[in-house]
Ligand binder design. Sequence first.
Ligand code: NOJ
Length: 534
Amino acid sequence: MAAVPSSRTADWWRDAAIYQVYPRSFADGDGDGTGDLAGVRTRLPYLAELGVDAVWFTPWYLSPLVDGGYDVADYRTIDPAFGTLEEAEKLISEAADLGIRVIIDIVPNHVSDQHAWFQAALAAGPGSPERELFHFRPGRGEHGELPPNDWPSQFAGTTWTRVPDGEWYLHLFTPEQPDLNWAHPAVRREHEDVLRFWFERGVAGVRIDSAALPAKHPQLPDFVEGVDPHPYIDQDELHDIYRSWRALADEYGGVFVGEVWLPDAERFARYLRPDELHTAFNFNFLACPWDAGRLRRTIDDTLAEHAPVGAPATWVLCNHDVTRTVTRYGRADTAFDFATKAFGTPTDPALGTRRARAAALLTLALPGSVYLYQGEELGLPEAEIPLTRIQDPMHFRSGGIDPGRDGCRVPLPWTADAPAYGFGPAGEPWLPQPDDWARYAVDRQSARPDSMLSLYRTALRLRRSVAGFGDGPMSWLPAADGVLAFTRPHGLICVVNLADRPAELPAHGQLLLSSGPLDADGRLPSDTAVWLRA
Ligand code: NOJ
């Protein structure tokens, strides 16, 4: 089936379908067991056929890969494990030829401890201008043996590490990811240069990692939960930074998507004012259990918080940090648990798959843009990684309580009967693939009209070719308990049945697509969704 070309308008981002590539696990071109840009380039036709408008690459820069590339040693160099800058440029232009835009990932909060700035800061010693680019402080206690403050890490454990000369440095994530000092003008200048560097190479957008974290309270005070304003989340100075980034992006027609996890809707929306970020991830939807009432409230709240600033919502069901959708939706408690990912909780893959199919139609019918994480279109479940093969620092820093995020980062299966399911020409993949993954392989799913891949291909094609999807209004229709039904422009209707009994469908609707078969009476079974045209 030929893909419908994407629209090429300036505000493409308001309703784009964006595919997230985790380069290490997408496709391995050189056979060393690690995915790379050569692998991505050979698979661009797959992405075009799938029908996505843009691809977001998680970091591909020079990195010791302590945190999967979110520890950047040099923003202007591609990590040799992934390829070269020249290949990245070719990839950007080949993708553009297929109508696919490229979004890169920038990590302003921290760099790798191997970054030249941090190495220089270590060498230069206390009181040096090099140390001012980071947060170096003397310790507390009689001999400076205690950390300078009590901030908890985003990854469990301490946020401070002591260097041999006695000073401590701040890292909200691992010790290999020292936090930059955003009060320093050189830090701002450098990031603006990096943005220009990539916009000049043709990237269409930038995802901003941990976008609410880079600015810190200047005194780095202790934090008393529930009493003090937070000393490092959502500081007001960030808005000034993002305003200047926006002015810069506007010169190139580039767009931003911020990774902003904030419980307060009003504070969240401030990042989306017209002169700041274009979009931000909406994680409340991802974290919402499979429950009609809760989903409806989350959708309403999301649209209500975006409306005053005129920004489109984004919808995300999964990414490289969370348990895969099929596994999550197959559990009795389907809410996402960031702390432990409900490790060991039994899951029913058939139920999870049915719900994930219905959730795909729900998500793709909502107003705004949609993110798909590689393998979501294949219905991959979370993989269990043997303890000896786990790589994610989150696992080690939690003292082994958190299984970490490797289970959603396993190399993709492309060909059922090839070694490593066709992930690469040879070689053992950097994370083991489960023994029963042949059935998820792209070649097998392509041949089956009822596969998850076929559902996504059809849904994305309809989303592009049928008027009414994407940006624009939606209104709820009256529906039975546990059923979500809403209209979009041009008579489009989406109905999702989350109840445990079949639901009647509106009369006279023309069926465009359904996530599973209707019952013998033409009713919509549990955990099934349809698109209709009135
Ligand atoms: C969010 C990223 O998505 C995650 O993978 C990473 O570990 C942290 N930010 C730190 O950069």
